[in-house]
Design a protein around this ligand. Structure first.
Ligand SMILES: Nc1nc2c(ncn2[C@@H]2O[C@H](COP(=O)(O)OP(=O)(O)OP(=O)(O)O)[C@@H](O)[C@H]2O)c(=O)[nH]1
Ligand SMILES: [Mg+2]
Length: 295
């Protein structure tokens, strides 16, 4: 049967912190992936589905491409590389507020050759002083088929990007039903939102040393309530003290921020209990990486 419907997998790749997850959320129209000012926020691939009349774009958010310092980092780079290789179209994101740096060249080289065409997306247009000049320099990094400058934060030029993406999609059926915006289940979303609040409230090595795992999730005692208990794993006793904070103040703040946002996202009242535990060097240990879901 001949169909005019178009669909495809589109990978968002680039160095850490350029705004891949922010762009994913903006295109999907709801929060699917967590974002933060810290590099290496995204650790797993996250799908976001854009449904429109006549086409479906399956966006694949990936961890930032940068030299890895531990096993978790190597897996993150591996994820970004394989998603870039498997996609029907690759969007390479860069930050227009500065010209290309060594980190951008490194991201290009880590990505390697892709089977699919690669489109350059210059992000953070809202803050860029000389966007055209920066874009011109980024275009020299690889054989990009086209470029779009935009702001994931303000939404400027998003329709232009979608147009450029859809133009390159092949005819095909939708992969996901119209009500599905992501492949991420509720438990993963809860873990990620808690981790986002850790990223927003901690500095230096701490945000990168935290993993979150939901231990228990069940309907609360009152109607329309959910009870969730989650563990925050850190690598050292000292990190545990910092995450808990003076008199438990920081952990309380993290819990409050996570609860407020999750109540909105899930549409039900949430009772959230957080525990901080030490798993020494979990980022280097394959067994713990597996049990924490970082395959
Ligand atoms: N001014 C401005 N800031 C942006 C824009 N897009 C993203 N940001 C900010 O850039 C920071 C990083 O955004 P993320 O979406 O987490 O970046 P990422 O590329 O997914 O980062 P990793 O997951 O670490 O690889 C956040 O503080 C965002 O708010 C934009 O268009 N303009
Ligand atoms: Mg991200």
């Amino acid at each position: 049967m001949k169909t005019d419907f178009k669909s495809g997998f589109v990978a968002l790749v680039g160095k850490p912190n350029v705004g891949k997850s922010t762009l994913l959320n903006a295109l999907v129209g709801t929060k699917v992936a967590i974002t933060s000012p810290q590099p290496q926020t995204t650790r797993r691939r996250v799908l976001g589905v854009v449904h429109r009349p006549g086409y479906q774009v399956v966006l694949v958010d990936t961890p930032g491409l940068s030299e890895a310092r531990h096993e978790l980092g190597r897996r993150m780079v591996g994820t970004a590389q394989s998603e870039g290789r498997d996609a029907d179209l690759v969007l390479f994101l860069v930050d227009l507020t500065h010209p290309p740096t060594e980190a951008d060249r490194e991201a290009v080289s880590l990505l390697g050759k892709t089977r699919a065409p690669c489109l350059l997306v210059g992000n953070k247009l809202d803050r860029a002083k000389r966007p055209e000049e920066a874009l011109e320099a980024y275009l020299q990094l690889a054989p990009f088929v086209e470029s779009v400058i935009l702001s994931a934060l303000t939404g400027k030029n998003l329709p232009r990007l979608l147009q450029a993406v859809v133009k390159r999609l092949q005819p095909g059926p939708p992969f996901y039903p119209p009500e599905q915006v992501s492949d991420q289940n509720q438990r993963l979303l809860i873990e990620e939102v808690i981790r986002e609040k850790v990223l927003l409230n901690t500095r230096q090595e701490i945000p990168h040393a935290v993993a979150v795992q939901v231990e228990e999730m069940r309907p609360g005692t009152q109607a329309d309530t959910v009870y969730v208990a989650a563990n925050l794993y850190v690598e050292r006793e000292g990190q545990k003290r910092i995450v808990i904070g003076k008199g438990g103040a920081l952990l309380k703040k993290i819990g409050q921020q996570a609860r407020e946002e999750l109540q909105q996202l899930l549409g039900s009242k949430l009772f959230l209990e957080l525990w901080v535990k030490v798993k020494e060097d979990w980022r280097e240990r394959p067994d713990w990486l597996r049990s924490l879901g970082y395959e």
